[in-house]
Ligand binder design. Structure first.
Ligand SMILES: [Zn+2]
Length: 376
């Protein structure tokens, strides 16, 4: 199976066999690998073997030498995006680690079910018309959701879509489509009210690890005068790219991932497993069509979420949709970004100082992320 650990070989191969694709790849990314070494004192070898030995049904299936060998030489793949400044570090030791076992998965599922069941008693979001504030223009009702104001606003125009269902991980395609369509109706309403506000943002934080303060399924909708910080920086990077390279940054970003086997779809609607993910399993859907209007894009978002939850075993996630402003010509595509925020069984945060101020340290191999999407 393809692996991020073979990225350098893949790039070399690209250089020899497809110089055009290599040119696009290297215009955006720089990738290199190196090896870090360490030594184990006799007194720690047994413990290290137990900590890191790959287990099957509770038994370590590797010899002590195999495990120590892996630990003593760790390969690091370092990837940098020249335009956005995003960076990621993939460590062979983390990448080769097996995923959650069946017993652990079951434990996580039961933890989540208990949390969802307990939170459904006395849930304000189950009765939003009674227990949440509304926008000055009232509420918008979808088929499966209703809007309300955010009690502690992120920004001037900052509201919430309350899903009819309490269970945050259960949703059908028509429900996801309805959340997006209701979001769009709200953006139009705000724009009518306040024409200077033209940049729509749709966010979905699922479960507390992803920043949700309520378990009940909900999304955040915002309208701003200008794109928010990171998206604005991205748009600037794309403008610089056009100026210096005479190319479309987003098209080339898709093609660069495609060239190394990390993309599926096409330039109109493409899915990439990011080479510089913000955190685990980041998937980017690049779409020239509106995710609020196009049936195909809405379905793709639904499928991406289901694959995250049902195939990749994600429970807590962040989804973000940003794109062009509503009232001006702008060739920025819509970017739907989706990221895993880690297991509910873990008490440590998934992000530390490196992610906040340096490069993201990533365990999950993007080749394993894109695989189920390629099969669909
Ligand atoms: Zn509820």
């Amino acid at each position: 199976m393809a692996s991020i650990l073979q990225l350098e070989e893949k790039i070399q191969q690209l250089k020899n066999e497809d110089p055009d694709a290599f040119k696009i790849f290297s215009a955006i990314f720089q990738a290199h690998s190196s090896e870090g070494h360490m030594k184990f004192p006799e007194s720690f070898q047994e413990k290290a073997w137990q900590y890191f030995g790959i287990k099957e049904q509770g038994h370590i299936i590797e010899s002590k030498d195999q495990v120590l060998n892996r630990l003593e030489r760790q390969r690091i793949i370092n990837i940098h995006n020249h335009w956005t400044g995003e960076g990621a570090l993939f460590n062979s030791l983390r990448a080769e680690r097996p995923g959650m076992g069946a017993a652990e998965r079951e434990k996580e599922q039961s933890t989540i079910h208990k949390l969802i069941r307990d939170s459904s008693r006395d849930c304000d979001f189950c009765q939003p018309e009674k227990y949440t504030p509304e926008d000055v223009f009232g509420r918008l009702k979808g088929k499966h959701c209703i809007t309300g104001a955010n009690i502690a606003k992120y920004d001037t125009w900052s509201s919430i879509i309350f899903f009819d269902r309490h269970h945050p991980l259960e949703f059908a395609p028509e429900e996801v489509a309805d959340y997006l369509e209701t979001g769009w109706a709200w953006f139009l309403k705000v724009q009518k009210q306040d024409p200077d506000y033209t940049y729509p943002t749709f966010l979905w934080n699922c479960l507390p690890r992803a920043g949700a303060s309520q378990i009940h399924g909900h999304a955040q909708i915002l309208m701003s005068r200008r794109p928010y910080g990171k998206f604005r920086a991205l748009k600037k990077a794309a403008a610089r790219y056009r100026h210096q390279n005479n190319g479309d940054y987003f098209q080339d970003l898709y093609e660069a991932h495609q060239a190394v086997g990390l993309a599926t779809g096409d330039g109109e609607l493409g899915l990439v497993a990011s080479l510089t993910p913000v955190k685990e399993k980041e998937l980017i859907i690049l779409s020239r069509k509106s995710p609020y209007k196009s049936e195909k894009v809405k379905k793709t978002i639904y499928s991406a979420l289901r694959i995250f939850l049902d195939v990749l075993g994600v429970t807590s996630f962040n989804l973000s949709i940003m794109g062009p402003p509503m009232n001006q010509e702008d060739d920025t595509p819509y970017l739907v970004r989706l990221v895993d925020r880690g297991s509910m069984l873990k008490s440590t945060a998934d992000m530390g100082a490196m992610e906040l101020y340096g490069s993201s340290v990533i365990a999950d191999d993007p080749y394993r992320v894109i695989e189920p999407f390629k099969e669909v």
